[in-house]
Write a protein that binds this ligand. Structure first.
Ligand code: IMP
Length: 192
């Protein structure tokens, strides 16, 4: 079974790989796609579909895309779908510093990560979603993970995702939940 992962985000790919077993994961490089994939929409679902469709149209292979972000309650859900370029640049450090700045003085620091996977399998479209609740720290903690991980503490823990080992993050994260739902679906499909 081959499956193309429609992403150039190294952080995402590093997390997703160990969750997918028995399926040959192909990168964008493997299928010869060397451009940026557009994600111009205002929902995770639409952007995930746009990315998966672009790659599926390019190589005609089964493909999935993850669109994800962090939603901060005191900011009415921002940065949300704009997480990757919240500061105006695609720089993780600048984005998380802007978020810390925007939350200065806020008592409510609750937030959640959301991931929506769009899978195009045998020309049909399927969606899988995962959410991980937590809170935003006052300062950066830890050096692992990517994106907003140094300032996000998941519920039930005292360490940020940048301090927790990747297997713990994967066991509770938005992406881990969404990927496991997709893998379960693919296992069912391969048995039929
Ligand atoms: P996109 O799905 O390509 O639009 O990018 C998702 C963006 O959301 C990333 O670039 C990060 O800024 C943020 N994000 C999504 N998931 C995570 C995560 O697991 N850890 C840290 N940041 C994340």
């Amino acid at each position: 079974m081959e499956l193309v992962i429609a992403s150039n985000n190294k952080g995402k790919i590093r997390e997703i790989k160990p969750l997918i077993d028995g399926i040959e994961l192909l990168s964008l490089q493997d299928v010869g796609f060397n451009e940026e994939i557009e994600e111009p929409f205002h929902t995770f679902e639409q952007n995930a579909l746009a990315k998966a469709s672009a790659i599926h149209a390019f190589c005609q292979k089964n493909t999935f895309a993850d669109d994800s972000g962090i939603c901060v309650n005191a900011l009415n859900g921002l940065p949300g779908v704009d997480s990757a370029h919240y500061s105006g640049s695609r720089d993780d450090e600048q984005n998380l510093q802007k978020l810390l700045h925007d939350l200065q003085g806020s008592e409510d620091r609750t937030a959640y990560y959301k991931a929506v996977i769009c899978l195009i399998w045998a020309d049909e479209v399927y969606y899988f979603e995962g959410i991980c609740n937590g809170r935003i720290t006052e300062v950066k903690q830890g050096s692992g993970g990517f994106g907003y991980d140094p300032i996000f503490i998941p519920d039930g823990y005292e360490q940020t995702f940048a301090e927790l080992p990747m297997d713990i993050k994967n066991s509770i994260s938005h992406r881990g939940k969404a990927v496991r739902k997709m893998v379960e679906f693919l296992n069912t499909m391969s048995q039929n």
